[in-house]
Write a protein that binds this ligand. Structure first.
Ligand SMILES: *Cc1c(COP(=O)(O)O)cnc(C)c1O
Length: 387
């Protein structure tokens, strides 16, 4: 089989290799503790499920939805932005529904990138920024996220010629995988850079509500002129444990959204209305379950960070996301070797940093997506592994 060049350019999926190693280990009868997946283990809150059940009984919801999303859903997103960030958006043209934010991120380059055009993508990062670019025959150029810069790209280090040629710039805060957060000052710098170089900014923000210790994450759209240059992707997946439901949104510049909308209009047919009704309930209904779930993640974070610190590993408590991101313990230098040994000797899965890009080498990501008892068991096994 000959695949198209753009498919051949997509690097091999490291995580498929990890999955095979897990399967082999399972076949040996090992009890696997998977801290590799960024998928909440907690159930979707009951009020959202009940709303879905009601909505599915109504045959009006069985037909093709509108491409851009129901007005009521877009209004809900607008109201949420107003409440949460004091950002005003017009539901009719400054918000669209997505089949999960991944879908919108992957499709955005198709609307703005011509063959050979450059996009600026962070490294380490969620892989879709780079892959979406490759699928549009574009050329992703890496912005390294270094610990000494708080895992934010150093905008001044971006080559001026590259910047002038770039069409899109992706950022993501609170960040997966590094757990870094960003303040408005950084977003302002990005907006200025985007105006100077005529670049579209795509801010991927599925973790703004997954924060700890009363930390409140900011929206990119809070910054003056952000709406002139960019859009922000949001998702219900992580915060409402709805990863399988497939719904998210993009908000911001209406012309950028119209471009993305044109791609989507011709590729998909919108989000099942039943899911949109459930999403409205998620955002407008009681947020008690969110607070409860974040307390669970915070307890897990504290347990795991303190446990690993006791073993001498250099782990810090993140302010946001449900991951830990830390340097692999000495004498390891290869994150793949570390993750491989950890799996072989303890049955614990953590994601090697290099899976998120070459600047992730030397780090590992641990997802807090297992119950406390399993994390306690993991700590016991890690203690044996290190002694
Ligand atoms: C989980 C995740 C997404 C995808 O979310 P969906 O809305 O489920 O597609 C996007 N970006 C980042 C950084 C993520 O971690």
């Amino acid at each position: 089989m000959r695949y198209a060049n753009r498919i051949e350019k997509i690097p091999p999926y490291l995580f498929a290799e990890i999955d095979r190693a897990i399967e082999r280990k399972k076949a040996e009868g090992a009890d696997i503790i998977n801290l590799g997946i960024g998928d909440p283990d907690l159930p979707t809150p009951g009020n959202i499920i009940r709303r879905l059940q009601e909505a599915v009984e109504d045959s009006k919801n069985h037909r093709y939805p509108s491409y851009a999303g129901m007005y009521a859903f877009r209004k809900t997103i607008a109201d949420w932005y107003k409440r949460r960030f004091d950002v005003s958006l017009e539901p009719g043209k400054e918000i669209i529904a997505l089949i999960g934010s991944k879908e919108g991120i992957a499709h955005a380059p198709l609307a703005f990138v011509n063959p050979g055009d450059i996009t600026l993508v962070p490294d380490p990062a969620y892989p879709v920024y780079k892959i979406g670019t490759l699928l549009a025959d574009g050329t992703p150029v890496t912005m390294p996220l270094l610990e000494e810069n708080g895992f934010k790209p150093d905008m001044e280090k971006i080559d001026r010629k590259i910047a002038k040629k770039a069409k899109l710039l992706f950022i993501n805060y609170p960040n997966n995988p590094t757990t870094a957060t960003a303040e408005l000052e950084f977003f302002r710098e990005v907006v200025d850079f985007a105006i100077d170089n005529e670049i579209i900014v795509c801010h991927d923000a599925p973790y703004t509500e997954m924060t700890f210790d009363n930390y409140r994450a900011r929206s990119f759209l809070e910054v003056k002129n952000a709406k002139e240059v960019g859009i922000e992707f949001h998702s219900l997946s992580k915060i409402y444990n709805m990863t399988g439901w497939r719904i998210g949104s993009a908000a911001g510049n209406s012309e950028i959204l119209a471009g993305l909308g044109k791609v989507k209009e011709n590729v998909d047919s919108g989000v099942f209305q039943v899911v949109q009704h459930a999403a409205i309930e998620a955002l407008e209904g009681s947020q008690d379950s969110v607070r409860k779930n974040m307390k669970i993640f915070q307890d897990r974070r504290d347990l795991m960070v303190e446990g690993l610190q006791d073993l001498g590993w250099s782990v810090e408590k993140p302010k946001a996301t449900f991951y830990l991101w830390f340097r692999i313990p000495k004498p390891y230098t290869s994150s793949i070797k570390f993750s491989g040994d950890l799996l072989a000797k303890t049955g614990i899965v953590m994601t090697p940093g290099i899976g998120f890009g070459s600047h992730g080498e030397g780090y590992v990501r641990c997802a807090l997506t297992q119950k406390k008892e399993r994390l306690e068991e993991a700590l016991k096994r890690i203690k044996r592994f290190t002694s």
